[in-house]
Design a protein around this ligand. Structure first.
Ligand code: ADP
Ligand code: MG
Length: 391
């Protein structure tokens, strides 16, 4: 789960990490009150969306007067912002963060992420702050310093020194940097984050570090331990189909292909996607209707898959273990009737009562139902059907 910059900064502030003072607002009136409350002479108006690259896209604007704040808020709030991370459809900005402007001496990058290869969190720093880290990684990889942190040992001063020397920090800044990095590690561990990105980490004119921008992602499986973070969830930032699927106990992730997949069990769903790719197709989604697929979940699954207009065929690949295939077959017929599915549906049902199920589907003699006899047969047919090559 991801959160907004203003929320990430509030978490960091609770751990003693310096962040610019700011107030989040959703109206122009509130924005102007925020300016008075914050005081000072320069402010930065920042669009709050779950995507980076806001600065380049015009979503982060410096204001030298309250009148300029007003101008920027009018231009950003309620408008669509297209950054390289939002995709061409962009995102509507529903909140802006009014922050005090900071005197920037130098911008760095500091991040943390789980390194699955070494099975340890890794802290990443770069002297090239404010730029996409992926860009630095490809153009100047020597400017990226990484330290792996054994969770059993925790973050130690030698980790901080390695990063600090790599950044060529002057001696006077080492202590402040070291404390900053240690706090970041603490947030990562205690909040079950899987990503923290401070880009830029700013060295101010006064010689102190401050987290100018902040992005934190959390491990969904650990959210049960953090009701305070769950409360930060912003449904506006989530895919409506994924949200609805969650409501019905289905796990759905939209992808970019055209073969819709309806599968029971996450493992089978993954292998179904793999085999579709193997056959030269592209899955349109991951969808696990749950171990015990029922007529209702199958119907809901069809509805959700069909909302994606790219879908040209659906591959139903269900293994009947506890659930009997004949019931699923009836469920599929029910669902097709109620949701009026017109595109080809390739059905592979295997397991308990598979023969009965095949009979039921055959007797229904619906022309868009194509029976499949095993996984390879099913995926080949589904891929062909999506290409319009199945007669
Ligand atoms: P994004 O990464 O989405 O583009 P950032 O928060 O990193 O957004 O802002 C982009 C740039 O705007 C920063 O690199 C920094 O130069 C400037 N900036 C952002 N917030 C402030 C601030 N409070 N004071 C001064 N400059 C800022
Ligand atoms: Mg940034």
């Amino acid at each position: 789960m991801n959160i907004h910059e203003y929320q990430a900064q509030s978490i960091l502030a609770n751990y003693g990490v310096p962040v610019p003072s700011g107030i989040v607002v959703d109206s122009l009136k509130e924005a102007m009150t925020a300016v008075t409350e914050l005081g000072g002479r320069q402010w930065v108006v920042k669009a709050q969306i779950h995507a980076g690259g806001r600065g380049k896209a015009g979503g982060v604007k410096l204001a030298n007067s309250p009148a300029e704040v007003e101008e920027h808020v009018k231009r950003i709030l309620g408008k669509k912002l297209v950054t390289h991370q939002t995709g061409p459809e962009g995102k509507i900005v529903k909140k802006v963060y009014i922050t005090k402007a900071i005197d920037i001496k130098k911008e760095y990058y500091l991040g943390m992420v789980l390194d699955r290869t070494s099975e340890m969190p890794v802290m990443i720093a770069s002297s090239e702050g404010g730029v996409e880290i992926e860009e630095v990684a490809s153009s100047a990889p020597e400017k990226i310093i990484k330290v792996r942190i054994d969770p059993l040992i925790g973050f130690r001063s030698f980790h901080a020194r390695k990063l600090g020397y790599g950044l060529k920090l002057p001696k006077e800044q080492m202590k402040d940097f070291s404390q900053f990095a240690a706090k970041l590690y603490k947030v990562y561990r205690e909040k079950d984050a899987n990503l923290i990105e401070i880009n830029p980490l700013v060295l101010q004119e006064n010689g102190k570090f401050i987290a100018l921008d902040a992005k934190i992602g959390f491990d969904d499986n650990a959210l049960i331990r953090h009701p305070e973070i769950l409360a930060m969830r912003d449904p506006d930032e989530e895919d409506p189909a994924e949200l609805e699927a969650g409501h019905y106990g289905l796990s759905y992730v939209k992808l970019n292909g055209n073969v819709g997949c309806m599968v029971n069990g996450a493992g089978l769903a993954m292998s179904t996607m793999d085999i579709i790719k193997h056959e030269g197709g592209e899955p349109a989604n991951f969808l696990d209707v749950g171990g015990t697929a029922t007529a209702e979940t199958v119907a809901k699954g069809f509805q959700i898959i069909l909302r994606d207009k790219n879908v040209k065929s659906i591959f139903v690949n269900i293994f009947g273990g506890i659930v009997r295939c004949d019931r699923i077959a009836n469920g599929i017929l029910e669902a097709i009737k109620t949701t009026k599915v017109k595109i080809p549906i390739v059905v592979r049902l295997d397991g308990t009562n598979a023969e009965k199920a095949a009979q039921i589907l055959q007797n229904a003699s619906l022309e868009n139902i194509i029976p499949a006899f095993n996984l390879a047969d099913g995926s080949q047919k589904a891929v062909k059907a999506a290409k319009g090559e199945l007669s």
